[in-house]
Design a protein around this ligand. Structure first.
Ligand SMILES: Cc1ncc(COP(=O)(O)O)c(C=O)c1O
Length: 465
């Protein structure tokens, strides 16, 4: 089915949003905006022009040429959903802050619970980010095992070590294998210490986009009575493609195993097509709600139903974020062959094609991607880690600076010893080496992968890296 609403054609829908909200507002009788809130039309024009001009300094996150960080604009339907609710500005903390968007939040959380096949009823809510969602997951872990440590892979997002510090819980780092997945033997060594209360596994590491061996790690953790928290902020939505041949069977098995975890974090503002301000935490055991118990003299009086603020560490949260996700999922449901599934499989295809296009070029793949993040480095003429490091940085800068055909990449710092596993003869003359990283989260990039890689090779040759 053809997508008929593109970002460029949102205008009519935004007028419709204005019309609908204005009709709703008029139900409450006439009133005048207080004069203190008036702004001068010309002053607004001038400031708005300055504002828009400053925004043009952004990189083109929407475009296939942007193959850098985990960043892309929301789907037009999410923009429409967000802006419409934002006009009303509901707060999903207490039910009186916005009953409809609170109900929508509960509905989308149920859909996400079903996507992971958590037993129902599970517990969960949206958060303003993956960081806060992980903080909540680790907070509950600490309450469950107050005297124990948290173990995370060295490839886990830095937020886990940081939030461990915030929560006052010691964090143990577990080595990863040369691909960037948690090393199970090292995990078992750490579990034997009996000091670990929770293990954090990652589905889609931030750097390399790898999926930890979740299916084998969970039974191991159970043997030692340890909780499992999965940080699927980036890769969680790929769970939809578990039975799809585009996903490597090992990756499918590990994403499928998330259903046996104790808690999982997912970021709809990454692969769920949402604007920033939309993370999510889910717990398989609804009894974890007890850790959120608190008393508020200001809220929770309008209804006996669950107020989302009663099961969340944050207070105010945008109801618009829940509304936008709800509306998006009406049109792009959580399914493999329609809705979000084809978006994600095109991203995987982009990564496979990008990785394949590196063959026979002076750019070497760091390894087959698990998801849609490809890492690579310029090897030609480079015999040492420092030369590869410099060549990566130079290509990164040159490709972005091109006035005619810029390509936007990102940089990842890896261990030189992991480089030596790939190039045994390389001279390890520094501890770390910068390599190139492309997050291919735009489905359109499937049709651009080869030409963009060719372009990068052209930059290399013209600058003689
Ligand atoms: C695996 C993972 N966890 C957590 C985060 C932090 O999420 P947020 O940026 O939404 O706070 C990120 C962000 O890139 C991530 O990739």
């Amino acid at each position: 089915m053809a997508l008929t609403v593109a970002a460029q054609s949102l205008g009519g829908w935004l007028k419709e949003a204005d019309r609908c909200v204005s009709i709703w507002e008029s139900r409450w009788g006439p009133y005048e905006l207080h004069p203190s809130l008036y702004v001068d039309h010309e002053a607004l024009s001038a400031s708005y022009e300055a504002y828009v001009n400053r925004l043009t300094e952004n990189y083109p996150f929407f475009h296939p040429r942007y193959a850098g960080q985990m960043l892309k604009p929301p789907h037009p339907v999410a923009i429409l959903g967000y802006l419409t609710a934002m006009r009303i500005n509901p707060n999903n903390h207490a039910l009186d802050g916005g009953p409809p968007t609170a109900a929508m939040e509960k509905e989308v959380v149920t859909e996400l619970v079903r996507m992971f096949e958590f037993p129902e009823p599970a517990l969960g809510h949206l958060t303003s980010s993956g960081t806060i969602a992980n903080l909540e997951g680790l907070f509950v872990s600490r309450e469950q095992h107050p005297d124990k440590r948290i173990a995370v892979s060295r490839e886990a997002h830095y937020t886990h070590a940081r939030m461990g510090y915030v929560l006052g819980v010691p964090v143990e780092t577990i080595p990863a294998d040369p691909h960037g997945r948690m090393d199970l033997n090292a995990l078992e060594d750490v579990l034997r210490s009996k000091e670990i209360g929770t293990v954090v596994l990652t589905a889609g590491t931030t750097g390399l986009g790898m999926v930890d061996p979740i299916a084998d790690a969970i039974p191991l953790c159970r043997q030692y009575g340890v909780r499992v928290h999965v940080d699927a902020a980036y890769g969680g939505f790929f769970r939809l493609l578990c039975n799809h041949e585009i996903l490597d069977p090992m990756v499918s098995r590990n994403l499928n195993a998330i259903k046996d975890a104790d808690s999982v974090v997912l970021d709809p503002h990454k692969h769920g097509l949402q604007p920033y301000g939309c993370g999510c935490i889910l717990y398989r055991n609804p009894e974890m709600a007890r850790h959120y118990l608190h008393d508020s003299p200001y809220t929770y009086f309008t209804s006996e139903d669950l107020h989302l603020g009663e099961i969340s560490l944050e207070c105010s949260r945008a109801g618009a974020a829940a509304g936008a996700l709800w509306l998006t999922l009406q049109l792009l449901p959580l399914a493999a062959d329609e809705g979000l599934g084809p978006v994600l499989s095109a991203c995987l295809e982009a990564a496979h094609r990008w990785n394949a296009a590196l063959e026979d070029t002076p750019l070497q793949s760091w390894g087959k991607p698990d998801l849609d993040i490809v890492c690579y480095y310029p090897e030609a003429k480079s015999h040492s880690a420092s030369e590869i490091d410099r060549a990566s940085q130079a290509l990164f800068e040159h490709s972005m600076a091109s006035s005619t055909n810029p390509i936007f990449l990102s940089i990842l710092r890896v261990r030189s010893t992991d480089l030596r596993i790939r190039i045994p003869e390389v001279e390890v003359d520094q501890e770390h080496v910068r390599i190139l990283r492309s997050v291919l989260m735009r489905p359109e990039q499937a049709g651009f992968a080869e030409s963009l890689v060719n372009c990068l090779v052209g930059f290399m040759q013209s600058h003689d890296h």
